[in-house]
Design a protein around this ligand. Structure first.
Ligand code: SF4
Length: 250
């Protein structure tokens, strides 16, 4: 079902203008009011941002991909909710879709910090230059590393998508931002391929690594086959190379 395209043709972010972009411009597709699993060790809310330039075959959030989708959420609504949760929640996570697609993200993160919350970000790393600008606003990042760089297009449908993702990883490691790398098992992968990816991540300096099962039931591509259980893959990789290694799903 997949069409390979280029990153440039799918850059869905608003072009920067001379007028400052306010948090009110953030397009939001949903909110999780309380979670203990989306920011390790913290009670958090999750804001789901609209828009993503990639079309991963296993994406299970297709409603968030269209940056222009009409939603019931506004930044004012989110802000009112967060003000009610001051001193009750520790952190706010910006997730998606791909949050860094939107230029209003920095303003929204700034307002969240001003309310006293830690800021977390779930990102695919597609825009390392934007990520660099966000570094002063970030306390923790969950970064998807989907594959080794050359294997990205078969997952994302976007030529060259692996390069910015791995550049983002290097950027975060160099900046010493707390980061968890997440990899979802792509159907068809072998345990040896996953072990090689894990080894490459450890060699790069990744200390926190999560291996995630693929949700083929809700996947964008309905023709994906179900991969073997995660234990098939974890048995072959050297998890001892990571300070923290975890699995999500079965
Ligand atoms: S899985 Fe993430 S990066 Fe891939 S299409 Fe979905 S939102 Fe975008």
């Amino acid at each position: 079902m997949h069409t390979i395209t280029t990153c440039a043709s799918l850059d869905l972010g608003q072009a920067p203008t001379s007028t400052p972009i306010t948090a009110a411009a953030l397009r939001i597709g949903g909110l999780t009011r309380l979670t203990t699993i989306d920011y390790p060790g913290e009670l958090a809310a999750v804001i789901f941002c609209q828009g993503c330039a990639w079309r991963c075959r296993y994406c299970h959030n297709p409603a968030l991909l269209d940056p222009d989708a009409v939603t019931a959420w506004s930044w004012a609504t989110i802000l009112a909710f967060l003000k009610q949760r001051q001193n009750l929640l520790d952190a706010v996570v910006f997730s998606g879709g791909e949050p860094t697609t939107q230029h209003a993200l920095a303003a929204a993160m700034t307002e969240v910090r001003e309310l006293g919350f830690k800021v977390g970000l779930h990102t695919n790393g597609a825009y390392p230059d934007r990520l660099r600008q966000l570094l002063p606003l970030l306390d923790w990042v969950g970064l998807d590393i989907k594959a080794l760089p050359l294997d990205y297009p078969a997952i994302t449908g976007v030529v060259g998508s692996g390069t910015p993702a791995w550049d983002s990883l290097a950027l975060l490691l160099e900046a010493e931002i707390a980061v968890e790398v997440r990899t979802t098992i792509m159907p068809g992968w072998t345990p040896a391929e996953v072990a090689q990816l894990a080894q490459t991540l450890a060699d790069a300096g990744v200390t926190h690594f999560a291996l995630q099962a693929c949700d083929t039931i809700h996947a964008l591509d309905p023709h994906l086959s179900t991969p073997p259980a995660l234990a098939t893959f974890t048995a072959h990789l050297d998890s001892g190379r990571f300070t923290h290694f975890t699995t999500r799903g079965i």
